[in-house]
Design a protein. Structure first.
Lengths: 335, 388
């Protein structure tokens, strides 16, 4: 048996990004099938446009349409693509300086072997079938000279066209400018419990609640923390604590939120188990939320044994024992 | 060698809103920075170093945002540092920036803190269920509500004191052109009538979720000579403590008490309530006003805080005006919230707080806390150069 327990956990959210006026203009251009650069105070055309000028620090407000064709200035080979990359087979990432631009843009290049890509090669934008105002509107770059050796339409360099500086001067009919994008993020972790926590979760799988006593201050930690948070002493002595305890303080959660596992309203309470010196946070049931009190005596109610795992969720909830409330003095130093 | 004198000569902040969809993160920061530089009569080129702060990366889903922001912040060719201490980060960031000047390393430091909460969902980000654990966590409100209940029990506070704080701060916010919430109809009664979210915390007793940024320009004595109204830094302190120690006092944490004691000593203050003219205290849930008043030594522990609040002493015209800006309860771009407290304290002693100015404020407190009440950052600023 492994010394420690671990389990996968995925943290995922569809984040939004307000683009601001400069990147919004760039993405609006992509949606409309145009690549726009920003002209800096030094006269350079940079794609995508920087939000602020690197020299004067003023907001970039002059935009230039550059050509959909350009030259590879450097590249790297991607032999084993990972999830959500532009291709699911080997390809190149390339720095492409578009005709009319002075700085390169990083994007994928549709070639299938490293000998098909070289610095100085001519490439052009391959637009996505459906354009929405995102960098993926450029599906990738593709060689201007096809693998069959036939050169397709290459309008050549010198294609830069100034764009109206004043938004109001542009055509009226175009849809609203892009002001935001959605960027889904999903991270897969392996959550590892410490050896001491693992012992705690294994105890729960046997219907026991295990803590550890600090040899310096004698406090019993549930769950055990590897080292005492107060004095740093490694904790080793295992202590089984009671399944009965006292509610020190609590909150009634009435608010629903994204990712919530328990339907509100519910009582989330600190339960100081008899024999422990720190309270555990758990759910209180078997009593109206409005009847829950500080000092109330409660006991663990376990799920059926066949549902047990290595988890604090084996304890379904705590419910009142019916004993008289604990004396305030017995738990006030835990508030 | 003693600390070099340092002063705040520029304060800038954004208009805080639930969603600032008109600006990117860089644009949000620059809105605050440009105002701070204008106030300081300096340009980005005259800045020696930049210190940036924001709260957990999960709030926007951007790892190390300082990397992509460097260019927009004007940091190319300069030192750029990022500070991270959860909700107190805005305060810690300002302290790191001031320490660079006090240590004589730099003469003109720009510091900025921000949060664009609308890019994500902080409640979700603070409640991600972990394997093996009981999924009872319910955001910051769920975390702090039990400790508010503990305070009410320990201090035997009447239950309407939290509502007094909320109504006061929302009324103060009406005098602050940058504040997020503008609810002229908020009264103690309306707060008490609002929904109980995390019992004992009601909806109107919680901070909003805001997009916003704050920036400060902190300079040495020579540079400050050109400013008509520098806010001199009289003391700075940061303290931390463990989240999970047995019998940890979460109502009045040791780190908070220790920090306050050191801060008052540094600033030469022996009786805070008499000697501080305005306080900007980090109050994301209304009850933290009386809690921190006690912890900071403005009032006796276990009851002095709520009595002070209930008496009206913390109102704009009271003995110790607290959160004249409207505070965190009226604007909460989390990463920036601490710096807003520090910046608003500076505005008070510079006589530059506009409609929410406390007449003749000479010394002010800026305060922030973060994590599970485990990180503390505070400063005292004054209109006079410190003598110590
Ligand atoms: Zn110990």
């Amino acid at each position: 048996m492994a010394r420690t327990l671990s389990a996968p956990v995925t943290v995922a959210f569809d984040y939004t990004r307000s683009t601001g006026p400069v990147l919004g203009r760039f993405l609006t251009g992509l949606r409309d099938g145009k690549v726009l650069g920003g002209r800096t105070s030094e006269g350079r055309v940079v794609v995508p446009p920087p939000e602020f000028d690197p020299v004067t620090h003023a907001a970039i407000d002059e935009f230039v349409e550059v050509a959909p064709t350009g030259t590879v200035t450097s590249w790297t080979w991607v032999p084993e693509p990972v999830k959500d990359q532009p291709f699911d087979r080997p390809f190149a990432f390339a720095l492409v300086t578009l005709d009319g631009a002075d700085a390169p843009l990083l994007h994928a290049l549709d070639v299938t072997a490293p000998d098909q890509v070289s610095t100085g090669m001519r490439v052009r934008v391959r637009w996505a079938d459906e354009r929405v105002g995102a960098i993926t509107d450029i599906a990738c770059f593709e060689p201007v000279v096809g693998l069959d050796g036939v050169e397709s339409d290459d309008p050549g360099p010198d294609r830069a066209r100034p764009q109206p500086r004043n938004e109001a001067a542009t055509e009226r009919s175009r849809p609203t400018d892009v002001s935001g994008v959605v960027t889904p993020v999903s991270l897969d972790y392996l959550y590892a419990a410490s050896p001491e926590e693992s012992a705690f979760y294994r105890g729960l799988n046997e219907g026991r609640i295990l803590g550890q006593r600090c040899p310096s201050c004698q406090k019993v930690y549930v769950p055990p923390r590897s080292a005492c948070p107060s004095d740093g002493t490694p904790t080793a002595e295992e202590v089984e604590v009671s399944q009965t305890g006292t509610i020190t303080t609590f909150c009634i959660v009435n608010v629903p939120f994204l990712g919530q596992k328990i339907t509100p309203p519910y009582v989330s309470a600190y339960v100081l188990l008899d024999g422990a010196d720190i309270a555990v946070l758990h759910l209180i049931l078997g009593v109206e939320a409005s009847e829950v009190r500080m000092g109330m005596r409660v006991e663990a109610v376990w799920k059926p044994e066949e549902e047990w795992q290595y988890s604090l969720e084996n304890i379904d909830h705590f419910e009142p024992t019916g004993e008289p409330d604990a004396d305030y003095e017995s738990y006030r130093h835990h508030l | 060698m003693a600390k070099q004198p340092a002063a705040v000569v520029g304060v800038g902040q954004t208009h805080h809103r639930a969603k600032r969809e008109d600006v990117s993160m860089a644009g949000l920061c620059r809105e605050a920075i440009d105002r701070a530089l204008l106030d300081a009569n300096l340009t980005l080129d005259e800045i020696d170093a930049i210190v940036v702060g924001k709260a957990p990366d999960l709030f926007e889903g951007v790892m190390m945002p300082e990397l992509f922001l460097a260019d927009a912040l004007g940091a190319a060719g300069k030192p750029l540092l990022r500070v991270h201490t959860a909700g107190s980060v805005g305060g810690s960031t300002a302290i790191v920036a001031s320490s660079l000047v006090q240590a004589g390393v730099h003469k003109r430091v720009l510091t900025v803190a921000f949060e664009k909460q609308s890019e994500s969902n902080a409640m979700w980000a603070l409640s991600v269920p972990l394997p093996f654990n009981m999924p009872v966590h319910a955001g910051a409100g769920g975390y702090f509500a039990p400790h508010v209940r503990s305070y009410i029990r320990r201090s035997e506070a009447p239950t309407h004191v939290g509502a007094i704080v909320a109504a006061k701060d929302r009324q103060n916010a009406l005098k602050n052109p940058y504040a997020h919430l503008k609810n002229p109809d908020t009264t103690v009664e309306s707060v008490l009538a609002s929904q109980m979210l995390w019992d004992p915390i009601r909806y109107d007793e919680t901070c909003p979720s805001s997009d916003g940024a704050c920036a400060l320009v902190i300079v040495d004595e020579d540079t400050a000579a050109a400013s008509p109204n520098p806010a001199w830094i009289h003391g700075t302190v940061m303290r931390s403590e463990a989240t999970t120690a047995a019998e940890r006092d979460q109502v009045n944490p040791q780190a908070s008490r220790d920090a306050a004691a050191v801060l008052w000593k540094q600033a030469g203050i022996t009786n805070p309530i008499e000697e501080i003219d305005a306080a900007e205290i980090y109050v994301p849930f209304s009850w933290f006003e009386p809690m921190w008043l006690e912890s900071l030594g403005f009032a006796e522990a276990n009851g002095g805080g709520w009595r002070l609040t209930e008496s009206g002493a913390t109102a704009m015209d009271g003995r110790l005006p607290v959160n004249c800006s409207g505070g965190v309860l009226s604007s909460n771009p989390i990463g920036a919230s601490g710096m807003l407290r520090f910046g608003e304290a500076a505005l008070q002693v510079r006589g530059a707080a506009g409609e929410h100015q406390v007449d003749g404020a000479r010394r002010a407190l800026g305060h922030a806390y973060g994590g599970g009440s485990q990180f503390f950052a505070m400063w005292v600023v004054g209109s006079e150069k410190p003598s110590n």
